[in-house]
Design a protein around this ligand. Structure first.
Ligand code: HAM
Length: 403
């Protein structure tokens, strides 16, 4: 479904490697936990220092810097990432993401397009409690001035700040805003806001993004204290928050602009914007909201063959080739044992082949979900017969759903 949403918007699939040179990921920022504490890195047999990817954006930018495709380069991806974490609900050491990245475009309406794609994906899944929060971190100079102001603000709090936040302050004052610890809240409330530090250009960019989202009818909240866990962001950042997970894990997905990253990886100065959505957390949100619409495949037939198994092999193959869903018993087990499996499989009918049927070229079709009588038919008529059984029962089950 994700591919369908983004391919219709002109995004092509990229399959970046799971393993990259460590240097690719250290460009994410050496003040982030993802780089300093959570990376699975090791020296390989060729003495190369490599890492399992903790995220995909840096790999996409490395690939762009290396291959220099024409811009705009619009790609999407899906797959596993690895972060050394203390596993808990919604936080895993291996987790999946789907995401998009666009390189080579500075336009604020691209930020809107990217956000709208994620929004459309959640909407199609049926999730209704997802909140979109947005913020701007400004240009690097704006951000640097803001970080300095934050540092002064939190340093003035001294020992009243939690011990963990005092340690965070040393490395990355922005991340103190993320603290959910009780002693920190009052200082976070009174902290300076990035909006007062934005340059005219960054403010205009952010205004255009908000206007674009409003024009598309996408509800959002500006969250001036929103910061992200990765250091490469500039200007627009955003997060999709679920209503049901613990607050530390409530980010279902997020993204933003990272205009300096390609350059940091050895490529030309190139603007970039994208997002990644956590598949695991999105599935948990689907469970919590009870929206998972996909039904398990229902079997049309379960083939019971007590003549050795070859008939079952041929019949199931022909049913599957005809587009029907079919399973079978194996190991030439007794009629009783195979019928037990047939009943448990949930199939509409059992197709039974005994020695008499084998000799006559027929099969017995026994309904498993109704009390209708079993019938004996020519093997060659089986596909048509099952199609008519399927059509009748799906009509009647639609009728039941509607009542
Ligand atoms: P991120 O916020 O680090 O951003 O991760 C995106 C999403 O991946 C999170 O919102 C969350 O749903 C999921 N996620 C992250 N860590 C875990 C974990 N340990 N267990 C389960 N799920 C997790 C990025 O990765 C950026 N590369 C996003 C981006 C793309 N920015 C621009 N382009």
């Amino acid at each position: 479904m994700f591919a369908d949403v983004v391919e219709r918007a002109g995004y092509g699939q990229l399959i970046p490697p799971l393993l990259e040179d460590l240097g690719v990921f250290t460009r994410i920022g050496d003040a982030t936990d993802v780089v300093t504490k959570e990376m699975y890195d090791f020296v390989d047999k060729g003495e190369r220092h490599v890492a399992l990817r903790p995220e995909v954006t840096a790999s996409v930018c490395r690939s762009f810097a290396q291959h220099r495709p024409t811009v705009p380069w619009k790609v999407f991806y899906s797959g596993p990432n690895f972060r050394y974490e203390k596993p808990q609900r919604g936080r895993y050491r291996q987790f999946d993401q789907v995401g998009v990245e666009v390189l080579g475009v500075d336009d604020p309406y691209l930020d809107v397009e990217v956000i709208a794609l994620a929004w459309e994906f959640y909407r199609r899944l049926g999730l209704e409690r997802v909140r979109l929060v947005v913020n701007s971190l400004g240009e690097p100079d704006d951000r640097a001035r803001y970080v300095e102001a934050l540092r002064r603000h939190f340093e003035a709090a001294g020992d009243a700040l939690s011990e963990q936040s005092r340690a965070t302050l040393e490395r990355n004052p922005l991340r103190v805003l993320d603290s959910k610890r009780e002693p920190d809240t009052v200082f976070i409330e009174s902290a300076p806001q990035i909006s007062s530090f934005l340059s005219a250009d960054a403010a205009a960019h952010f205004d255009a993004v908000q206007g674009g989202l409003a024009a598309l009818g996408i509800p959002f909240e500006v969250e001036p204290k929103l910061v992200r866990g990765l250091d490469y962001y500039r200007r627009t950042i955003f997060e999709f928050q679920g209503g049901t997970l613990d607050s530390a894990q409530n980010a279902l997905g997020g993204g933003g602009r990272y205009d300096g990253l390609v350059e940091a990886l050895g490529g030309p100065a190139t603007p970039g914007v994208g997002f990644a959505l956590g598949v695991d957390r999105t599935l948990l949100a689907c469970d919590d909201e009870g929206v998972f619409a996909s039904q398990p495949v229902e079997l049309d037939a379960f083939v019971v063959d007590v003549t050795g198994g070859r008939q079952a092999a041929e019949i199931t193959a022909s049913l599957r080739a005809a587009g029907l869903a079919a399973d079978r018993g194996y190991d030439n087990r007794s009629m009783k044992a195979q019928m037990k499996l047939a009943n448990r499989s949930g199939a509409r009918v059992a197709v039974i082949v005994g020695e008499d049927e084998l000799a006559a070229g027929t099969v017995v079709v026994k309904p498993l979900r109704t009390t209708s009588d079993q019938v004996s038919i020519a093997g060659t008529a089986l596909v048509d017969h099952l199609r008519s059984v399927s059509a009748t029962s799906s009509t009647s089950s639609t009728g039941t759903d509607n009542t």
